[in-house]
Design a protein around this ligand. Structure first.
Ligand SMILES: Nc1nc2c(ncn2[C@@H]2O[C@H](COP(=O)(O)OP(=O)(O)OP(=O)(O)O)[C@@H](O)[C@H]2O)c(=O)[nH]1
Ligand SMILES: [Mg+2]
Length: 323
């Protein structure tokens, strides 16, 4: 497909063009980079109008089931919903979060939904960057809401929080030690906390967890704005709490928009991405540099046996680069 057709196809909301454009920005081939860059630049003026929402939580907490329920709720309101995933831990072929479509069987079939699995392989930085670019493409294709699912392993919550407006953290119902599984710093990222599986035998535990998180959050200081992080409960299969969750997301977005914080948040995020990509690329160039590759093993050996200090080894390595 010539790139002008690809761009106009994305703009017209054609799924095939959108899928192709996403594949292009996911490509690891240097040959595709100029075209990918051109497409991204062309669609950029038409991006930005969607609500960007991150959905995170530990494996099996109920992210996909909740996204399916929330997505269907939004489609019933006439919205177009895109779902993307950041999951560097499992290649798509092994059936990752979204690769396994059965997890969102109904949403995947909807004409107003676009469900895209995580790009396969690669390091978190690369996967997250491709997801962010896919998000821009979905916006240019006219999607009103972009939901980004990420499993709470490694640093992926941080990567997703850095590309969305509203970051939703899902928690399991559990007795007593609910807070144990929460990674340090992740609770601080949350714009809202949702306790899942608030049904059947788990309902009392979910209510207990809700109170515990509300207590924990009241002890956290968040200075940025007047937003008070709500703690909600949902039961996705019965859609209980889904409408309330959507209302909370809308309230958060309204607050961001009213205070001009949305614009600022997105600008800051773009700048942070810039530096993070510069960092990744420089590191990669350094690693690939012919001189570095020749000298590095010896340098590292000297450093390991204590012949030279770490900082001396760093200075020497940086001096060997050809750039
Ligand atoms: N009872 C009940 N079960 C749920 C609910 N939400 C999810 N489940 C079940 O929990 C299991 C995991 O749900 P998923 O939605 O796949 O969880 P996930 O967080 O997307 O999992 P990963 O993507 O593998 O990390 C499935 O068996 C769901 O049927 C809920 O609200 N109530
Ligand atoms: Mg999932």
């Amino acid at each position: 497909m010539p790139h002008s057709k690809l761009i106009s196809g994305v703009r017209a909301g054609e799924r095939r063009a959108l899928a192709k454009a996403i594949t292009l920005v996911e490509s690891k081939s240097p040959r595709d980079l100029p075209l990918a860059t051109e497409v991204l630049d062309a669609i950029l003026p038409f991006s930005g109008q969607a609500m960007r929402i991150g959905i995170s939580g530990s494996p099996g907490v109920g992210k996909s089931t909740l996204i399916e329920a929330l997505g269907l709720h939004l489609i019933a309101q006439g919205k177009k919903v895109a779902v993307l995933a950041v999951d560097p831990s499992s290649p798509v072929s092994k059936g990752s979060v979204l690769g396994d479509k059965t997890r969102m069987p109904r949403l995947s079939l909807e004409a107003s939904a676009f469900v895209r699995p995580s790009p396969s392989g690669g390091l978190l930085g690369g996967v997250a960057r491709q997801t962010r670019e896919a998000m821009l493409l979905c916006e240019a294709a006219g999607f009103d809401v972009v939901l980004v699912e990420t499993v709470g392993v490694g640093q992926s919550e941080f990567a997703v929080a850095a590309m969305v407006d509203t970051f939703v953290l899902l928690m399991q119902p559990g007795a007593g030690d609910e807070l144990q599984g929460v990674k340090k710093g992740v609770l601080e990222l949350a714009d809202m906390v949702v306790v899942t599986k608030a049904d059947g035998q788990l309902l009392p535990l979910a209510k207990e967890a809700q109170k515990a998180y509300a207590r924990a959050l009241s002890l956290l200081r968040r200075s940025e704005n007047a937003w008070k992080v709500p703690v909600l409960t949902v039961s996705s299969p019965s859609e209980t709490g889904i409408a309330a969750l959507w209302e909370a997301i809308q309230s958060h977005q309204e607050l961001l928009r009213k205070s001009d914080e949305l614009e600022k948040r997105r600008q800051d995020q773009a700048q942070n991405w810039f530096w993070s990509i510069v960092g990744q690329e420089l590191l990669e160039r350094f690693r690939q540099d012919v001189h570095v590759r020749k000298k590095l093993p010896g340098l590292l050996d000297d450093m390991r046996v204590g012949k030279i200090s770490v900082s001396h080894a760093v200075q020497k390595a940086l001096k060997t680069t050809s750039t």
